[in-house]
Design a protein around this ligand. Structure first.
Ligand code: CP
Ligand code: NVA
Length: 303
């Protein structure tokens, strides 16, 4: 069997992604009805975290427990990888013992290097450039709440960061329109490669981006690793706050999403985050169900 990695949404086809969303809904229903389903008995997931996490760690760990397998949490403080053992060597060793490796790290190039030397599937649990697992949960949440996302309009407001790049991938894979509103100088790196795609639009006006949107999404103004830039970013990003006035310009039944953790009063006001259009708690829970579908796709032999 060929090894499949999940480093970006482009590693699965559109129809595989649609199937994964449908399967997430089935797995969620099976869990709710108390059905025991343990396709990963005796399988082990190594979880390498170079950055902090609540949702990603707990959802992957719970997914493995529910599937009958187990996981090992590895932080740079405790591993030789953290002391400078080469990525390629670490990939060879880890993947000779476990069945899957999940990595959260800084440079995207490092997870690509790891995957090239891994004998088992590698999952991107966030890099500086992409956060594809979060997009699986976001797409699942939209489909559950409103049906198909194909043909809909999504407004990305704020930083052109890892989440924004993954939204660009999602617009292409799930076929929706994506209006991106960023402050000048904070545009997503991936946009330039796809600027001819009519589904993608880059602008500097948040109001223009949300007009007619079915879904409004934002994220923190300073991502992990950018803490020292926080103060300078606040000035640039203040006009991009998602508040009630901005949400009022979107469609009446528009949803609001945020991958969390959120900063109330900065990128989003409390009344929006905790308000009726927000589906952030469903979105967070759906990390579990969508990643179970991903683990099943990558690890269970369907032949
Ligand atoms: N959204 C997300 O990835 O959250 P964590 O950083 O808590 O994993
Ligand atoms: N853009 C954020 C996402 C956190 C889940 C970060 O990289 O810190």
């Amino acid at each position: 069997m060929t090894i499949r990695h999940f480093l970006t949404l482009k590693d699965l086809t559109s129809s595989e992604l649609d199937g994964l969303i449908k399967r997430s809904i089935e797995l969620k229903q099976m869990l709710c009805s108390g059905e025991l389903y343990q396709p990963l008995q005796a399988k082990v997931l190594a979880m390498v975290f170079d950055k902090s996490s609540t949702r990603t760690r707990v959802s992957f760990e719970t997914a493995m427990i529910q599937f009958g397998g187990s996981s090992i949490f590895l932080s740079p403080r405790d591993t030789q990888l953290g002391r400078g053992e080469p990525i390629e060597d670490s990939a060879r060793v880890l993947s000779s013992m476990v069945d899957c490796v999940m990595l959260r790290t800084y440079e995207h190039r490092n997870i690509e290097r790891f995957s090239q030397y891994s004998q088992v599937p590698v999952i991107n649990a966030l890099t500086d450039t992409y956060h594809p697992c979060q997009l699986l949960a976001d797409m699942l949440t939209y489909v559950e709440q409103r049906g198909e996302i194909k043909g809909k309009t999504v407004a990305w407001i704020g930083d052109g960061n890892n989440m924004c790049n993954s939204y660009i991938n999602a617009a292409q894979q799930f076929d929706f329109t994506l209006n991106i509103a960023c402050p000048p100088g904070y545009e997503p790196a991936l946009f330039a490669q796809h600027s001819n795609d009519s589904r993608l639009a880059l602008m500097h006006d948040a109001k223009e981006a949300v007009r007619n949107a079915d879904l409004v999404v934002t994220d923190v103004w300073a991502s992990m690793g950018q803490e020292e830039e926080a103060a300078s970013r606040t000035d640039a990003f203040t006009p991009y706050q998602v508040n009630a006035a901005l949400m009022a310009l979107a469609k009446k039944n528009a949803l609001f999403m945020h991958c969390l953790p959120a900063h109330r009063g900065e990128e989003v006001t409390a009344d929006v985050l905790d308000g009726p259009q927000s589906v952030v708690w469903q979105e967070a829970e759906n990390r579990l169900h969508s990643q179970k579908a991903l683990l099943e796709l990558l690890l269970v032999d369907h032949c």
